[in-house]
Design a protein around this ligand. Structure first.
Ligand code: SAH
Length: 234
């Protein structure tokens, strides 16, 4: 069973996009993950295949229609499809590494990408969409957010990362930022690699890395050290 993502979008040409290269590109080639797109407009209304309409109550912009999205979602995920249905949304639950890991352990996901002002609220409840945000800023569409989510998921799939250990100590796997990295040359523009890293003392290296990770986390993200209740349950 490999991970299968179905993306509902008005811009299918945005996929696989950056996911088509490097680590995720090879995973897609091997079939460790599959990304398929559905053009929402194929489910549009009338001769012009309308997908949106003006907001009820007035105001700027356009809203994606619930009936159009329902037809697209139902075609992409017929009864019995157990994959979670996600809606990329700035007011969603913040994307975390914990959630990424949960998704990577599953069968895949159906991902709805919004555009314009957003989507008709009724579809969210009617189809049980789980709203996911990639951060506190507003993008023009859900496609880049879906790409971010899938990049994070695909690298965790079995066999995708060459060195299986390389995922273990990274930022957010533990509630610590990662320690700094160095490589050759040993001295560059007068700056030396911290001597402990070239001492050959593996215990000392591990202790230094942990201390650096803790220092960086205290300085930059003290919020991570006080693990919030909401994240514990994720
Ligand atoms: N009017 C909405 C923004 C719509 S942006 C509001 O103020 O909340 C258009 C689409 O871009 C959204 O429907 C969503 O799919 C996507 N999007 C924008 N910002 C996002 C974010 N931070 N995370 C995930 N998706 C986002």
């Amino acid at each position: 069973m490999s991970f299968r993502a179905t993306i509902l979008t008005l811009y299918p040409e945005m996929f696989p996009g950056p996911l088509g290269v490097s680590l995720s590109g090879r995973a897609l080639e091997r079939g460790d993950a599959t990304i398929e797109t559905r053009q929402i407009r194929d489910f549009g209304i009338g001769k012009h295949r309308a997908v949106d309409d003006t907001p009820a109550g007035g105001g700027a912009g356009m809203v994606l229609r619930a009936d159009v999205l329902a037809a697209a979602i139902d075609a992409a995920a017929p009864d019995g499809d157990r994959r979670p249905k996600l809606l990329m949304s700035p007011r969603g639950r913040p994307l975390t590494q914990r959630f990424v890991r949960e998704l990577a352990a599953g069968e895949g996901a159906v991902i709805v990408c919004g555009r314009f002002e957003g989507i008709d609220e009724r579809i969210i409840e009617a189809r049980g969409l789980c709203e996911i945000s990639i951060g506190d800023y507003v993008l023009s569409g859900g496609e880049i957010a879906a790409t971010v989510l899938l990049d994070a998921v695909i690298r965790l799939l079995p066999g995708v990362m060459g060195n299986d250990q390389s995922g273990v100590h990274e930022s957010f796997e533990r509630p610590l930022l990662e320690h700094p990295h160095y490589t050759r040359p040993a001295e560059w523009e007068g700056r030396r690699i911290p001597p402990v890293l070239t001492s050959g003392d593996h215990g000392a290296v591990e202790r230094w890395r942990l201390a650096e990770a803790e220092r960086l986390t205290r300085e930059r993200r003290p919020d991570l050290l006080a693990v919030p209740e909401t994240d514990k349950e994720r």
